[in-house]
Design a protein around this ligand. Structure first.
Ligand code: 4NP
Length: 170
């Protein structure tokens, strides 16, 4: 997707991103944690707001999956999310909504009912090595799947923030 950032990103007009997966306990909490870490690292915490959500109601209220937490922690990142379900309101509120796979994307697009097209995309639209464009669901697999998710999401978040940072006006 092409980012349509129409106004400069300032403290008064901060940029709001929501990462979306199915359960909101593995992939999107990892994306939220990594993106927040990058923002803090670059001193941009006043310019961005980050959250994550799931298209399903399966895990509402749960902390991130223990394998996701362990993997992130190994790389110095703590995941703080509590799972919630993606809501109609989120389509209005966020400037950018990034789905982890094609099913999540299609579910969000159905909720939008043809609207908000320019703000909805996929995480791997920003991956320099996009593969099939999807972040694979690691839930039923072993730790290597969680490490793979971490590396995909890290590359994608770095590229995304590189692009967005050029719109920041301090
Ligand atoms: P996530 O992973 O969408 O990355 O949070 C999953 C978590 C739970 C389930 C599937 C995927 N589940 O079927 O419960």
């Amino acid at each position: 997707m092409d980012l349509s950032v129409s106004n400069p990103i300032t403290k008064d007009n901060h940029y709001k991103i929501c990462f979306v997966c199915l359960g909101n306990i593995c992939r999107s909490p990892t994306a939220e944690g990594i993106f927040q870490h990058l923002i803090d690292d670059r001193g941009l915490e006043d310019y961005f707001e980050v959250d994550s959500a799931g298209t399903s109601a399966y895990h509402i209220g749960e902390s991130a999956n223990s394998k996701s937490q362990r993997t992130a922690q190994k790389h110095g990142i703590t995941l703080h999310s509590k799972a919630r379900q993606f809501k109609q309101f989120d389509l209005e509120y966020y400037d950018l909504i990034l789905a982890m796979d094609n099913e999540n994307l299609s579910n969000v697009q159905q909720m939008a009912n043809g609207g908000q097209d320019t703000k909805i995309g996929r995480m791997r639209d920003f991956d320099p090595q996009p593969g099939d464009g999807q972040v694979p669901d690691p839930y039923h697999g072993g730790p290597e799947g969680f490490e793979n998710v971490f590396q995909i999401v890290k590359r994608s978040c770095e590229q995304l923030l590189d692009e967005l940072e050029s719109h920041v006006q301090k």
